[in-house]
Design a protein around this ligand. Structure first.
Ligand SMILES: C=C(O[C@H]1C=CC=C(C(=O)O)[C@@H]1O)C(=O)O
Length: 387
C-alpha cells in the first residue's frame, strides 16, 4: 500500500472537474489540466518506451515530476486511456462525513435495461459449467451489465461522494475515458502497487452477498470461510498471480490461507501478496500491472479458454475488469481492478458486475452474486436493492 508523504489540508480535496480522481484507503490523488493524452498508443511497441517518451515530452513542457494516470481496458489489445496531467494533487485521506443517506444523482426515476437477461445469464453459466466438464477450462468470470438512462444530467459529484462514504476501505475512482465519458466506481481490489521497491497485490476471489440481518450475514461469512469451492476458486487466482510476480520480485510472501474481508455489499476471500521488486530489472508499477492483467479474478484460467467463454457475453466490457491507477516518474504507483463500477456519461450509466464460475457453481447463486455486486453503484445512486 502506498504511503503519502505529501500532506495538505484534506478538506481542500474535491473531485469536481478532475480528469482523474482516486480515493484510496489512506490517500487521495487527483489530477487535472491534461497535457499529454496517450492516444497514439501502439499496442506493438512496449508501453514502457511510450511512457518514457511522454514523460520526456512532459518534462520539456516544464512538468518536473510527471505522473501517468488513467485506465486500461479488459482486452489487452485495445488502447488504454492514459494521460499526463499538468498538476497532480496528493493528500492524506479526505475527511468524510460518514453520511449514509445518499445524495441523489437523479431528480426523476431513471429507466433500466439488463443485458443479458437474468435467464440468459444463467444459461451462460450453465454453458461454462458444461465446458468445464468437456475441456481444460477451470474458471471463468462471467458478467452482466445494467444500462440506466435518465432525463436528468447525472450528478457525478453526488455519485462519487456516495461511493466514497459507503466504501471507506476501498478505492473510489473516476477517470476520463474521452467523449465526455467517465469510468466511476468503488473497487475493493488492488491489482498491484509499487512503492519504494515494495510490491503489494491483493487478489480477491470467492464471495457472498451481505445480508441486512446480522445473524444471516454471519452465517454467509462462515459459509464462505469454509467453502471448498470458493477456496479452490481463490487458489486458482493466487497461483496465477504468484506465477506472474515470481520472475519480477524477490522475497515474495504469500499467506497460506486467505482472509475474509467485507465491503458494504459483499464478503470476499482476500490474500495480500507482498514482495520486493527485482532491483536488476528497472520495473515500474505499469510493468507489474501489465504482467498481472488479466488475472483469473476477472478473466479465468486457462486464460485463452476463459476468454473464449467471455466472448459469449452480449456486450463489450470496455474498461470494466481492466485497471485504473497512476504511475509516477520514479515508477512507483498503484493500479486497482476496475470492478464495482460504471461508465457514466451525461444521461447514461452502464453498470457492470461479474462472478467467478468454477466446478460446483450454481447459476442462481452467481446471478444473486452479480446482483449484489451491482448494489455498490446502485446504493450510490440512492437505490437500496434491485431484487
Ligand atoms: C468480477 C467482479 O468481481 C471479482 C472480484 C472479486 C470477487 C469475485 C468473485 O468472487 O467472483 C470476482 O472474481 C465484479 O465485482 O464484477
Amino acid at each position: 500500500m502506498i504511503k503519502t508523504e505529501l500532506k495538505t489540508n484534506p478538506s481542500q480535496h474535491q473531485y469536481r472537474d478532475y480528469s482523474f480522481y482516486l480515493e484510496a484507503p489512506n490517500y487521495t490523488i487527483s489530477a487535472h489540466n491534461v497535457t499529454h493524452e496517450i492516444h497514439d498508443y501502439n499496442a506493438h511497441a512496449p508501453l514502457k518506451h511510450q511512457v518514457t517518451d511522454h514523460f520526456e515530452q512532459a518534462k520539456k513542457l516544464g512538468i518536473h515530476s510527471p505522473y501517468i494516470v488513467g485506465a486500461f481496458p479488459f482486452e489487452t489489445d485495445k488502447p488504454p486511456y492514459l494521460f499526463i496531467p499538468e498538476k497532480v494533487h496528493i493528500t492524506s485521506k479526505s475527511q468524510r462525513t460518514g453520511k449514509k443517506q445518499p445524495l441523489s444523482p437523479f431528480q426523476n426515476a431513471p429507466r433500466l435495461t439488463e443485458t443479458p437477461s437474468r435467464k440468459e445469464y444463467m444459461n451462460l453459466v450453465d454453458e461454462a459449467l458444461h465446458k468445464m466438464n468437456t475441456s481444460d477450462l477451470k474458471k471463468v468470470v462471467l458478467s452482466r451489465t445494467l444500462q440506466i438512462e435518465s432525463d436528468d444530467v447525472i450528478g457525478i459529484d453526488e455519485l462519487i461522494t456516495n461511493l466514497a462514504e459507503h466504501n471507506p476501505e476501498g478505492y473510489t475512482f473516476s477517470t476520463d475515458l474521452g467523449n465526455e465519458k467517465k469510468l466511476t466506481g468503488a473497487s475493493p481490489e488492488l491489482l498491484v502497487s509499487l512503492y519504494q521497491g515494495l510490491v503489494t497485490a491483493n487478489p480477491l476471489a470467492g464471495s457472498r452477498p451481505r445480508s441486512n440481518d446480522p445473524i444471516e450475514d454471519r452465517r454467509r461469512a462462515d459459509e464462505l470461510r469454509h467453502s471448498s469451492k470458493d477456496h479452490h476458486e481463490h487458489k486458482l487466482v493466487i497461483d496465477t498471480v504468484a506465477e506472474a510476480l515470481q520472475p519480477l520480485c524477490v522475497d515474495m510472501s504469500i499467506p497460506k490461507m486467505p482472509e475474509l474481508i467485507q465491503t458494504e455489499t459483499m464478503w470476499h476471500l482476500s490474500t495480500e501478496v507482498t514482495g520486493k521488486v527485482d532491483p536488476k530489472q528497472n520495473l515500474t508499477s505499469v510493468d507489474l500491472a501489465l504482467a498481472l492483467h488479466p488475472t483469473p479474478a476477472i478473466c479465468g484460467t486457462p486464460e485463452h479458454l476463459a476468454k473464449d467463454q467471455i466472448k459469449a457475453e452480449p456486450f463489450d466490457r470496455n474498461f470494466f475488469t481492466g485497471m485504473v491507477g497512476w504511475n509516477n516518474y520514479e515508477g512507483d504507483g498503484e493500479w486497482v481492478v476496475s470492478i464495482r463500477c460504471a461508465e457514466v456519461s451525461s444521461h447514461n450509466i452502464q453498470l457492470f458486475a461479474g462472478a467467478g464460475i468454477v466446478e460446483g457453481s450454481h447459476p442462481e447463486d452467481e446471478l444473486r452474486e452479480t446482483s449484489a455486486k451491482f448494489e455498490t453503484m446502485l446504493r450510490a445512486m440512492g437505490s437500496k436493492t434491485m431484487e
